[in-house]
Design a protein around this ligand. Structure first.
Ligand code: FAD
Length: 306
């Protein structure tokens, strides 16, 4: 059988450390960064034809990618940008790669309320939907109406899934179990607000985060889910683990639920530190901390639960 045409922009052996906010991760065997839905489809079709495993990433802000890298095709959605905001109805349609902070700022300028909480989250719309990202008491599920997805296993015809069918929970959606590729998302925001006031609330949310979290260092935000009603950061801090290091990976001295790359950290070191924190928290509190961050690729399996 003749091979499928190689889609435009497909690259080989691309260092994924350049595509994750932790700045770690080995090479992707194949790497594509489509900027249109047509290109996404072409890449999915090509991977399927070649029998390659497909992995989708957004801004890589919630990912720990193995030092050995990833086999198959890594499809990075961060260039699939764009959004249409209707200031009258409050309906917003955003492409999967649209940065969440950009969308929050645009919504504020249009007098649309509902995304003020999201401005400090350095992810894409697609990643935020998959993770049900949230902050300051808000989350994606609050205003998401539906997503357009494609199922690489069943062909390349995009279809719509209602938010009600995504099984949203704390930092969880059905999309974490199903290999669907998010192409775009629709949000219903509240129209008719004073843009200046929405902008002020948005900026205040950003400020409160940058003053309490290590925004200047490579990280993936909170490493562990909060074991409600407890806070993971408080449990870790109570054990005096701020500053604990393995190689270049360090429990942030500013916020105990962040692990920062102080320079030259490897994914293996970050993974070992995650496991060490888990061990100490179990020993002291009897609580298993579950990572919020998603691991991609091969690891030694040190962490208690991923
Ligand atoms: C400094 C900092 C602060 C943070 N603060 C917060 C916070 O307050 N609240 C919070 O919830 N998170 C926070 N995060 C974590 C992270 O930003 C969010 O989880 C974000 O939603 C991830 O988006 P992403 O585009 O980077 O996704 P990625 O990290 O690239 O991917 C996350 C998951 O989504 C999947 N995915 C991504 N895009 C698609 C797509 N188009 N289709 C299908 N699957 C896809 C990936 O396969 C992976 O499983 C923070 C991170 C950092 C670095």
């Amino acid at each position: 059988m003749a091979g499928a045409a190689v889609p435009l922009g497909l690259r080989r052996a691309i260092a994924l450390a350049d595509f994750t906010t932790w700045k770690v991760g080995g090479p992707a065997q194949w790497f594509g960064e489509p900027d249109s839905v047509e290109q996404v489809m072409a890449l999915i079709q090509w991977a399927s034809h070649e029998g390659l495993e497909l992995r989708v990433i957004g801004a890589g802000s919630n990912l720990l990618v193995s030092d050995a890298g990833l086999e198959g095709l890594t499809l990075c959605q961060r260039r699939l940008q764009g959004a249409v905001l209707d200031g009258t109805s409050g309906l917003v349609e955003a492409q999967a790669g649209e940065p969440i902070p950009t969308l929050a700022r645009r919504a504020a300028r249009a007098g649309l309320s509902g995304l003020e909480w999201s401005v400090g989250i350095p992810g894409t719309v697609g990643g935020a939907v998959v993770m049900n990202a949230g902050a300051q008491g808000g989350c994606v599920a609050d205003s998401l109406v539906s997503v357009t997805v494609v199922d690489p296993a069943r062909g390349t015809e995009p279809f719509m899934v209602e938010a009600a069918d995504l099984a949203f929970a704390y930092r969880h959606s059905r999309l974490q179990q199903e290999p669907l590729v998010v192409l775009s998302a629709r949000f219903q925001l509240e129209p008719g607000h004073d843009p200046a006031r929405v902008g002020e609330r948005t900026s205040a949310n950003l400020h409160s985060r940058t003053s309490t979290q290590p925004y200047q260092q490579p990280s993936c935000g909170s490493v562990f889910r909060n074991p409600e009603p407890r806070k993971a950061g408080q449990l870790i801090e109570a054990l005096g683990l701020k500053g604990l290091s393995i190689g270049g990976a360090q429990v942030s001295p500013l916020h105990a639920n962040f692990i920062v790359n102080t320079g030259g950290a490897t994914a293996a070191q970050i993974d070992q530190l995650i496991a060490e924190v888990q061990r100490r928290v179990v020993a002291a509190h009897g609580i298993v901390l579950h990572p919020e961050v998603k691991r991609l690729g091969r690891f030694e399996g040190l962490a208690l639960a991923a």
